[in-house]
Design a protein around this ligand. Structure first.
Ligand SMILES: NC(=O)c1ccc[n+]([C@@H]2O[C@H](COP(=O)([O-])OP(=O)(O)OC[C@H]3O[C@@H](n4cnc5c(N)ncnc54)[C@H](O)[C@@H]3O)[C@@H](O)[C@H]2O)c1
Length: 341
């Protein structure tokens, strides 16, 4: 598969490196409006076509020697995901899209609809599914933990993740580019992890948020979040903040037969038989997690080859957007729980 990476910032550069571990794919083009970022891509791989717009990449190169692009891998900031994905699918490409796929439910529905109408796959980069941490939790939840489950995810950061200096490094604080704050940014990972562990959609969502500092125009995004998702099979509490004095990730799941606690790169499994401790293979110190990508890409290829399985990622994209939007609605109503339809 010939791939164009669109958006060559922190995530895009990590993706180019990750594709070296993916035998099914060849990156043929990098698209970025920043000349500096295109130069960076060329320096890393002089064979790449580097282009300022996606339209240029979809046209093919003048000599025809590079042929068309099969897959567009969108690593641009969130506000650009929908227009880029729709353009790529309409041009006949399958799309991998970074999170959050759409900014809200309406935009996400439009993207999913474009996938169905064009017969091109829209597949989310929900890469935490492939993390060693999530594998430990999923294995426990699916086999021995017993329901109801009580999950808790705590993501603590000293600030937002900073993007490449070549563009607008603090876009995560800009509502016009990010579409929201830490709920949309990191919360997206937590929501698809919760639905995977607890099964399906929550029945009820409650959320409160704390706004971050306002910009010169008085606009801000939330920088701390407390959310609770109530599922038929248990609950998930989500605590997120960009305003902590430490960087730390804690994930726990408690069930009838014991518990699993992951604290950064260590885990403790407790059952009636006692406690077992271990270290996870890849600590989550790097923010791009390129080592989780090859497995995700293999699943993407499996889906491309089996269109009858496309409803699964499309439903996951939609339901994640619906849960995030329900959390924003609850937060706007002082955290009042909202029943999901
Ligand atoms: N899944 C993960 O683990 C993970 C980790 C990091 C980032 N991300 C996601 O990746 C995306 C990018 O984040 P980042 O940290 O790399 O940002 P970044 O600021 O480092 O890079 C963004 C790049 O996009 C380019 N760009 C801007 N407008 C564009 C457009 N219209 N078309 C193409 N390129 C454009 C910029 O020039 C810049 O090079 C976001 O959606 C973010 O949520 C995901």
């Amino acid at each position: 598969m010939r791939v164009a990476i669109v958006g060559f910032g922190v995530a895009g550069a990590a993706r180019l490196s990750a594709y070296r571990q993916v035998p099914q794919a060849e990156v043929v083009a990098v698209v970025d409006p920043s000349a500096g970022r295109r130069a960076q891509a060329s320096a890393l791989d002089p064979r790449l076509r580097t282009l300022p717009t996606l339209a240029d990449a979809l046209d093919g190169d003048a000599s025809g020697s590079l042929g068309a692009v099969d897959v567009v891998d969108i690593c641009a900031p969130p506000a650009f995901h929908a227009p880029l994905a729709e353009q790529a699918m309409s041009a006949g490409c399958h799309v991998l899209c970074e999170k959050p796929v759409g900014l809200d439910v309406r935009e996400t529905e439009r993207m999913v609809d474009r996938s169905r109408r064009t017969g091109r796959l829209l597949y989310p980069i929900y890469n935490y599914v492939y993390s060693p941490m999530m594998k430990v939790l999923t294995q426990a939840a699916d086999s021995w933990l017993d329901r109801p489950l009580k999950a808790r995810f705590e993501i603590r950061r000293t600030t937002h993740a900073v993007g490449t200096p070549g563009w607008q490094p603090d876009w995560r604080r800009d509502p016009g580019v990010a579409g929201g704050g830490i709920l949309l940014d990191h919360g997206t990972h937590c929501v698809y992890m919760a639905t995977r562990l607890l099964g399906g959609r929550p029945e009820q969502v409650a959320c409160t948020t704390v706004p971050g500092p306002a910009d010169d125009d008085g606009r801000s995004v939330e920088e701390s979040v407390s959310a609770r998702l109530d599922f038929a099979g248990g609950t998930c509490e989500i605590e997120l903040s960009w305003a902590c004095d430490e960087r730390r990730n804690r994930y726990s799941v408690v069930g009838g037969n014991g518990s699993v606690l992951i604290d950064d790169d260590t885990f403790v499994v407790e059952t009636a038989a006692g406690a077992e401790r271990g270290t996870l293979r890849s600590p989550t110190a790097s923010g791009t997690h390129e080592e989780w990508f090859p497995e995700l890409f293999t699943d993407f290829v499996r889906h491309v080859e089996q269109p009858d399985r496309w409803p699964e990622p499309l439903d996951q994209i939609l339901s994640t957007a619906q849960i995030i939007e329900a959390a924003y609605t609850s937060a706007a109503d002082a955290g009042r729980p909202l029943r999901m339809r």
